[in-house]
Design a protein around this ligand. Structure first.
Ligand code: DGL
Length: 273
């Protein structure tokens, strides 16, 4: 039965785990397959062609796993590839975009900040989103080179991570934002430090919970939700063989996981940065 099939969730690396944990919490009976494309992270400074090519390789992997739905747990891959992927694959697909809409509705100061990768901020999708709300609030888009690498290394609270974060947060605080949108799925893992550095008067928005609710709604609508009361399985794959990825995934997931190597269709192994 289709409803028993797993759901595929992927990111350039470990960031999508921040979305996966929300999905697992909201939908504990669903079987989940997570792919971290850690061998190719970060996507944020790669070309659109490269990101589309990697996303296609991962979609094909999910097809071989007979998934019933896919969550693109990566703002950068959404901006670079989802339009094209929707035309190629006919299954429920949930994608991410920075949560500017809810932030615009909730701001009191009328100034919101968005932290995202350079690729996301330069994308057409982001420009369209920005233009939709820019007449109603001031939106400060801050690219954050280097932050994804810190999270990929499991380095959430070092001096270097704090320095980088403050470099990106200081201009937002100066311009009196009262909401910071985390426009990259790696950043929720830095939220405790972001809150510490900016203070409690600034609200931090993570898209993960909304994505999990959107997925739940889509599955219900299409009668694809798991009909069992058994706990669902969570299987982790990575394109990187490094022991380090395994350690970081276990640390971010909060318990030791076993990590499989993602196999790829050799005809698709042509992606180049
Ligand atoms: N987690 C990805 C995102 O949401 C990170 C992108 C990257 O690899 O640079 O944008």
């Amino acid at each position: 039965m289709n409803s028993q099939k797993p759901i595929g969730v992927f990111d350039s690396g470990v960031g999508g785990l921040s979305v996966l944990r929300e999905i697992h919490q909201l939908l504990p009976h669903e079987n989940l397959v997570y792919v971290a494309d850690s061998e190719h992270a970060p996507y944020g400074d790669k070309s659109q062609e490269f990101i589309l090519s990697r996303s296609t390789a991962i979609f094909e992997f999910f097809m071989r796993q007979s998934v019933k739905a896919i969550v693109v747990a990566c703002n950068t891959a959404t901006a670079a590839a989802v339009k094209e992927l929707r035309t190629r694959y006919d299954l429920p697909l949930v994608a991410l975009e920075p949560a500017i809409k809810p932030a615009s509705e909730q701001t009191q100061t009328g100034v919101i900040g968005v932290l995202a990768t350079s690729r996301t901020i330069q994308s057409n999708n982001f420009q369209i989103l920005f233009n939709r709300f820019a007449h109603q609030v001031k939106i400060i888009a801050q690219a954050c080179p280097g932050l994804v690498d810190q999270v990929e290394q499991g380095d959430l609270d070092s001096r270097k991570t704090r320095q980088l974060l403050w470099q990106y947060l200081a201009p937002l605080v100066e311009q009196q934002v009262d909401i910071i949108v985390l426009g990259c799925t790696h950043y929720p893992f830095l939220a405790p430090i972001i809150r510490e550095l900016t203070g409690n008067h600034i609200k931090v928005i993570d898209s993960g919970p909304a994505i999990a609710r959107r997925l739940a709604h889509l599955l219900e609508m299409q009668d694809l939700h798991a009909k069992t009361q058994h706990p669902g399985s969570v299987v982790f794959y990575s394109s990187a063989k490094a022991q380090k990825t395994h350690k970081v995934i276990s640390a971010l997931w909060g318990s030791p996981v076993s990590l499989e190597c993602m196999t790829e269709d050799s005809q698709l192994l042509t992606a180049r940065a």
